[in-house]
Design a protein around this ligand. Sequence first.
Ligand code: GRF
Length: 209
Amino acid sequence: MPLKIGVLISGSGTNLQSIIDSIERGYINAEISVVISNKENAFGLERAMNHNINAVYINQRQYESFGKFNDAIYDVLKNNQVDIVVLAGYLKILSHKLIENYKNRIINIHPSLIPSFCGKGYYGIKVHEAAIDYGVKLSGATVHFVDEGADTGPIILQETAKVDYNDTAESLQKKVLKIEHELLPLAVKLLCENRLEVVGRKVKIKELN
Ligand code: GRF
């Protein structure tokens, strides 16, 4: 039985699309059983519906606490028999309960080389603005396991993007997104094939026998 993936989004969902496409062309052996967004008008919800994937909007304001809101997410994941959770541009941290219940089965993509330009306040274009302002010559993307911190979990994969003198935050974002669309499907594939082993802060990638 292929594993079931739940994808959490907050926005346009180009990373979600890269997973959908990778599944459809047989690169990843899994199915997306649900896409959850905390933003009602996230285009990613439409992408899911275009591929007949269950798409759910959960409005945090309808819950009395952050914990209850996360419980609602957890319930939807459970009801859809989700094995693996992918945060693809989801802009909130997760509750202790959610993380414990999916220990080492939740991954996130971040558009910089962690531990640079990550953590609280570093999301979306802000990440690339910070990289450009700092004057780094290399940026890139990171896929990591999710723990209770912001972008602090064990790193699974990283890939670099060159930063040219004339790059802007927007042009760097484009370069990095292209990398993200390769890196995230690869990480999902490795996770689905049970080839990731967390050893302390390090992640060992097991070769296929
Ligand atoms: C990506 O840059 C991702 O790394 C970050 O948020 C952005 C989401 O883009 N976490 P999209 O919604 O997948 O197009």
